[in-house]
Design a protein around this ligand. Structure first.
Ligand code: G6P
Length: 609
């Protein structure tokens, strides 16, 4: 999704801004731009497509200066064209970049046109820069004029703005979209994601809702939503977890798949003893665990699939009802909240607009408390939730989520066992057995990754496929959904997932020799039922791709491709069985030659509704 970088320094900032944009590429975008403020005015280059196209423009015609703003755009209002790319200008010397959506842009646009402003783009953003320009007519102070203009906006925004007469300060603000200040020595920066600034600083100030910030070379002044100056703390980034280096891997996605044993171990660390879950991982006061009588899980995308798996664990282990819902639906309906219900959000980024809106709504309802399972400690979701359990996966760069998902599942299993134990549903011996299984998880995942070469061979069969069907039963159904999502996200093959028992109620009509059926086979009481469902597929000529443990008894045969997965305790099967599906979609995308890490039209973190 859109990204912002801004800089004010004693040196030329053009390269800093372009490198910042490259570091934001993983978030997904379709055009980019940079504006540099120097003695000759505010000048910009913009380009459609990759940041490299923008860099080429800088090569051909350098723009140098000590103050600048930059942007990667993911189109919402208006096509991905150069005219719609940011920075947007009012006149020639006021430029602005914006993330988010201005909901009242149509009213403001009409008003500004009446005032004589000419619009050069179809974006909602352009109203902001003209509003600031208009505010400067009655309020000559740049900072105050920006604050006045922002009062008119409804919706979500993070902005950075520069004015030619004001080359000693850069103004930025956030409300509803993330923004972080990078603190340097005689230079300061602003960005929508701290990863964009790791090449210039490791000191960050996370802005809060409604903050406006004035950056000079020597100072950072933050004004809160009541216009009071605030001394916000500086956090130091731990460089050991800089994920922006691909290392020996061809793609971030593959690197992140291979990191899973390590990050799952990091997710378990400090959360389990030899025989139990350390409930202190939920914070000092974990008494709420005993009181939970219901759970509502709300999330989007891959995180939603993690929630669907958790429902099986929570109801099975803790014997309490659990509902799972996508945030974009939850936030717009009247929700009945039973007594002592835990509101649980799942999010890799902690910045997904729908999930944040759902949390804010839930906080007005009568929930026991709110818990966020999230990968980004400094995110808005973490800051606004009552309790947090971090997944510790390290930054995930590939748009298709992999390690974030399996660490979410690990954190959810920890949570399910903790609730079940605190509610007296598990004996000490049962808890110890589950914890022992959890300890083996990194090694199991490692063993599953070792199937990489075999899965790569299978993936070649998909080069000419246009459709695929994923089947699973029980907690393997959400894993099938996640497998289908991965395949469509990065290889653009149309894929659907069904509970295997539903096959005969419709999707069987699609099955013929052109339709591959992918299934993750658990080694449990559902196995025989699954096998019967698969017979139905073979009888119609469908090709089967089965991933399962040796104990499932599957074997290669005509029209059946079988890949072995290591045996694991049943409770861990959803996590370990995810790995071959990740590898399959990765290799299929490579075979098809798509942009694996930045698939078309998608964004890593969806900060607009
Ligand atoms: C986007 C990403 C998905 C992700 C979803 C939810 O669509 O491309 O990979 O699952 O957002 O994101 P979250 O950060 O809330 O987990």
């Amino acid at each position: 999704m859109c990204g912002i970088v801004g800089a004010i320094a004693q040196r030329n900032v053009a390269k800093i801004l372009l490198e910042g944009l490259s570091r934001l590429e993983y978030r997904g975008y379709d055009s980019s731009g940079v504006a540099i403020n120097n003695e000759t005015g505010v000048r910009a280059h913009r380009a459609v497509g990759k940041v490299q196209a923008l860099k080429d423009k800088f090569e051909a015609m350098p723009l140098d200066g000590k103050l600048g703003i930059a942007h990667t755009r993911w189109a919402t209002h208006g096509k991905p064209t150069e005219a719609n790319a940011h920075p947007h200008f009012s006149g020639d010397d006021l430029a602005l970049v914006h993330n988010g959506i201005i909901e009242n842009h149509e009213v403001l646009r009409r008003e500004l046109i009446e005032l004589g402003y000419e619009f050069r783009s179809q974006t909602d953003t352009e109203v902001i820069v003209h509003l600031i320009h208009n505010a400067l007519k009655t309020e000559p102070d740049f900072l105050k004029a920006v604050k006045n203009a922002l009062q008119r906006l409804h919706g979500a925004f993070a902005i950075a703005v520069t004015l030619n007469d004001e080359n000693e300060r850069l103004i930025a603000a956030r409300k509803g979209s993330p923004l972080v200040v990078g603190v340097g020595i005689e230079e300061n920066f602003v960005a929508s994601d701290q990863l964009a600034l790791l090449h210039v600083t490791d000191q960050f100030i996370f802005l809060e809702e409604g903050d406006v910030v004035e950056l000079t070379r020597d100072a950072v002044t933050v004004f809160d939503e009541n216009d009071q100056v605030q001394d916000r703390p500086i956090s130091v980034f731990n460089h050991n977890v800089d994920a922006t280096d691909k290392g020996e891997f061809r793609h971030y996605m593959l690197k992140e798949i291979y990191e899973q044993p390590k990050v799952i171990a990091a997710c378990l660390e400090g959360r389990i003893s030899d025989e139990r879950i350390l409930t202190s991982c939920f914070g000092a006061n974990s008494a709420f665990l005993k009181e939970i009588e219901n759970i509502h899980i709300v999330a989007c995308g891959t995180s939603y699939h993690a929630g669907m798996v958790a429902k099986y664990w929570i109801e099975d282990l803790a014997n309490i009802p659990c509902t799972v819902e996508v945030a974009s639906e939850y936030r717009y309906r009247k929700v009945a909240v039973p007594k002592n219900t835990l509101f649980l959000t799942l999010s890799q980024s902690g910045e997904t607009a729908d999930t944040l809106a759902a949390l804010r709504m839930a906080k007005q309802l009568n929930y026991l408390t709110t818990l966020a399972i999230c990968n980004v400690p400094s995110s808005t979701l973490v800051r606004e939730s009552g309790l947090t359990l971090l997944t510790n996966a390290g930054a995930e760069i590939g748009v298709a989520s992999t390690k974030a998902f399996t660490t979410q599942l690990t954190a959810l299993l920890i949570t399910s066992i903790a609730i079940a134990s605190e509610k007296g549903e598990l004996s000490a011996a049962q808890q110890a057995e589950l914890v022992t299984a959890l300890r083996s998880l990194p090694a199991y995942v490692d063993a599953a990754i070792k199937q990489d070469e075999a899965i790569k061979l299978v993936s070649e069969q998909f080069a000419n496929k246009h459709n695929a069907l994923f089947l699973g039963r029980g907690p393997m159904f959400p894993i099938a959904l996640e497998g289908a999502l991965k395949l469509k996200e990065i290889s653009y093959i149309h894929a659907e997932a069904y509970p295997a028992g539903e096959l005969k109620h419709g999707p069987l009509a699609l099955v013929d020799e052109t339709m591959p059926i992918i299934t993750v086979a658990p080694n449990n009481q559902m196995l025989d039922k699954l096998k019967s469902n698969l017979q139905e597929v073979r009888a119609r000529g469908g090709e089967l791709y089965v991933f399962g443990a040796k104990e499932t008894g599957f074997e290669e045969a005509e029209g059946i491709y079988y890949n072995e997965i290591p045996w694991v305790e049943e409770v861990l099967e959803p996590i370990v069985h995810t790995i071959p599906l990740q590898l399959l979609s990765y290799h299929v995308a490579v075979v098809k030659g798509t942009d694996v890490d930045q698939p078309r039209n998608l964004a890593k973190s969806v900060t607009v509704e």
